[in-house]
Write a protein that binds this ligand. Structure first.
Ligand SMILES: NC(=O)NCCC(=O)O
Ligand SMILES: [Zn+2]
Ligand SMILES: [Zn+2]
Length: 478
């Protein structure tokens, strides 16, 4: 047995409680929680004055991902180190597949990207581009063998990742049969393709046209369509990176009808707006995401949806490309700017600072949104996403009174800029443990490449002894 550890006197916060307590860790697992635990034979760690949160779960990352003829600046090593500094101890990364190629090959390739590199635990979602015979035959076995219980369908990126509605519907049917959760990138890719061609024909080539050719109506329409198809198939649905009131309304309406429709948003949509794409000297390219940044008023709709339970999670959608040499591929043609940005490190802190510190959400909701709900939706609860006896000792010791300014000067990603440069945040992860071992201790990296473990996950709704509630997460339909 490894030496026991006791995290002493921190304010332990879960989705259900806040209390000052000690946490005893044995063999990577929480062995006891209580006041004044006996520390004989254990290493003690003083957490007085700090919050102790469950390690963050980021359900949406793209590390070492090919896109638009290039590959993301951050891989499973730099990406997970940055995640750990930011308070995240588990990520779920998207395993991309190619039409006509065995899905199993893609899964093997994603294992090769992560093994020996990840410093925190990780699992994969599996992309379905085409629900042909080969894919449908492979999926049940992969779900069982790999514990990949979430499937991703892109409704946009025409001629690249986009699947048609038939594939989405067939994937939903299979997911219902197999106990998997289908995730959608909900934008109408066909209409976007038309709007992009028209803009380029007019000579509108600047980054701002990325946003103007992907209006919120097309995200709302696709979100509503996916929700209807999920309802028809009797399957649950998770909408990734929700950006706008139009999509929130579709999710709320589906949930009000009792459909199991869930959604996430991302820190960039809560804190940045469309004006960033107009920054001079092509700097707007740094802020090219799909769906795009919206007018600032949409942020209120997103915060309301997070606080009311219409949206259940915050994913980073980490997908970083250097400004120099990568984002610059789109000079003269906005459609060639690689989509995505660096967000993995700041997800947790921005939610605390903009959410809890500014009074938009309480501590319980913070824990639900940063960890617990993702664990429940993606088959990791109660092993991950909470602080309970028997759970993995994935913990964040967090100083709520620290203040700092986000900057590429001191982030831990490789990418050459910060999406949140100059933003003041309140609160900071001080130390981070994964399965009882420090990965970050007193703001220093003490982890090891390759120490992160691959996570086989339970099927949807089978979250372990604490199963997913029968009613939608977040309480009554809103
Ligand atoms: N979101 C984005 O712009 N890039 C990553 C790929 C995706 O999630 O659509
Ligand atoms: Zn997407
Ligand atoms: Zn993404």
């Amino acid at each position: 047995m490894k030496k026991a550890r006791i995290i002493q006197g921190g304010t332990v916060v879960t989705a259900g409680s806040v209390s000052v307590a000690d946490i005893r860790i044995e063999d990577g697992v929480i062995a006891a929680i209580g006041r004044s635990l006996d520390a004989t034979g254990a290493e003690t760690v003083d957490a007085a004055g700090l919050y102790v949160f469950p390690g963050g779960i980021d359900p949406h990352t793209h590390l070492d991902m090919p896109f638009g003829g290039t590959v993301t600046a951050d891989d499973f090593e730099s990406g997970t180190i940055a995640a750990a500094f930011g308070g995240t101890t588990t990520i779920l990364d998207f395993c991309l597949t190619e039409r006509g190629r065995p899905l199993g090959d893609a899964v093997a390739a994603w294992h090769a990207k992560a093994e020996g590199k990840a410093v925190i635990d990780y699992g994969f979602h599996l992309m379905v581009a085409d629900a042909g015979e080969q894919a449908l035959a492979e999926l049940p076995e992969l779900i069982e063998r790999e514990g990949i219980t979430s499937l991703k369908v892109f409704m946009a990126y025409k001629n690249v990742f986009q699947a048609d509605d038939g594939t989405l519907y067939r994937t939903l049917q299979l997911a219902r049969e197999e106990g998997a959760l289908v995730m959608v990138h909900a934008e109408n890719g066909d209409v976007i393709e038309r709007l992009v061609s028209e803009a380029l024909e007019r000579g509108d080539t600047e980054p701002i046209w990325h946003a103007l050719t992907r209006p919120p109506q097309l995200e709302g329409e696709a979100t509503g369509r996916a929700a209807e198809l999920a309802g028809l198939a009797g399957a649950p649905l998770y909408v990734v990176h929700v950006t706008c009131a139009e999509a929130v309304e579709r999710i709320a309406a589906a949930r009000a009808r009792g459909l199991r429709v869930y959604g996430e948003t991302c820190p960039q949509y809560l804190t940045l707006d469309i004006s960033a794409l107009e920054r001079p000297d092509f700097e707007g390219a740094k802020y090219v995401w799909s769906p795009p940044l919206r007018e600032a008023w949409h942020q209120t709709a997103l915060w309301n949806a997070l606080s009311s339970g219409t949206l259940q999670a915050l994913g980073s959608d980490q997908c970083s490309f250097h400004f120099k040499g990568q984002k610059e591929l789109g000079r003269g043609d906005f459609s060639k700017i690689p989509n995505g940005g660096p967000t993995i490190e700041d997800r947790f802190s921005l939610l605390f600072s903009e959410g809890v510190a500014k009074g938009r959400i309480d501590l319980q909701r913070f824990v639900e949104l940063s960890a617990t709900n993702a664990a429940k939706l993606f088959g990791l609860f109660p092993r991950k996403g909470t602080i309970a006896v028997g759970s993995d000792a994935d913990l964040v010791l967090f100083d709520p009174s620290a203040t700092r300014t986000l900057s590429a000067r001191d982030h831990h990603l490789r990418v050459d800029y910060s999406a949140f440069e100059g933003m003041e945040v309140q609160g900071e992860p001080v130390s981070v443990l994964v399965r009882g071992e420090f990965v970050v201790r007193d703001k220093q990296f003490v982890g090891q490449a390759g120490s992160g473990r691959y996570l086989k996950r339970s099927r949807f709704g089978l979250g372990g002894s604490l199963a997913l509630p029968a009613v939608p997460i977040g309480g009554s339909p809103s």
